[in-house]
Write a protein that binds this ligand. Structure first.
Ligand code: B16
Ligand code: MG
Length: 218
């Protein structure tokens, strides 16, 4: 029986994925590396440090020391914080407020499993902090997505088995993590799949229908 819902944040609850992309694009551009939206798919759900690693790998002749890398990480986050400075409840993705409300009323426990260290701040700005019973601290993880740890911890924080939860993700790394955790997975707006397939696919958050999703995975 499904008793819990575990949500990714960026790209699922709110469109911060686009802002992460814009912030990274600026950093990449400065390094003479061109990235586009399609290339950016691989950064979704990936930690800040690992994201920089993937960008730098695009130009192996660039050799940066750890101080320079730390500086770039700082700049990326500063730029990202600028881009999210003005977000409000109006930036919650279409259909999400209704979905969360319906789930809450139906008694589902809900958690956030986001790789973002900015997740608590963003939830606060969206006015959604009280909606969730748990927010996994990404700093507490030994392994990042696509490892299942973050989803296992989310279920644990809700006092549930992973099989009792449904995971919602907009990233390939996230879908893999959810499936490896033993949870049914709902993919939102993911253009291509690799090895791990979701149980349900929707083109956009507005297409998420809670009852239908729960019915399909049980
Ligand atoms: P931060 P999610 C992830 O959040 C983003 O998808 C990814 O693009 C970002 O680099 C990562 O969080 C780390 O974010 O720099 O704010 O700590 O999709 O797992 O909610
Ligand atoms: Mg995401």
């Amino acid at each position: 029986e499904i008793k819990g819902l575990v949500f990714d944040l960026d790209g699922v609850i709110t469109d911060t994925a686009e802002r992460h992309y814009l912030a990274w694009k600026r950093i990449a551009h400065r390094l003479g590396i061109a990235i586009d939206r399609e290339w950016n798919e691989r950064l979704k759900g990936i930690s800040r440090t690992e994201s920089l690693g993937l960008i730098l790998a695009e130009n192996p002749t660039l050799l940066l020391d750890s101080e320079e890398k730390a500086q770039l990480l700082k700049e990326k986050n500063a730029h990202y914080l600028e881009l999210i400075a003005e977000i409000t409840a109006a930036d919650i993705l279409p259909g999400i407020p209704e979905l969360l409300e319906e789930a809450k009323n139906a008694g589902y426990r809900m958690a956030i499993a986001s790789a973002s260290k900015n997740a608590p701040l963003i939830l606060e700005r969206l006015g959604l902090s009280a909606m969730f019973d748990a927010v996994v601290d990404p700093e507490s993880l030994k392994q990042n997505k696509p490892h299942p740890e973050i989803f296992e911890k989310a279920a644990q924080a809700l006092g549930l088995e992973t099989q009792e939860c449904i995971g919602f993700e907009d990233s390939l790394a996230g879908i893999e993590g959810i499936k490896r955790a033993g949870m049914p997975a709902v993919a939102i707006a993911i253009p291509i799949f690799a090895e791990w397939l979701p149980d349900i696919e929707v083109a956009a958050t507005k297409d998420l229908k809670l009852e239908e999703i729960v019915r399909k995975v049980t």
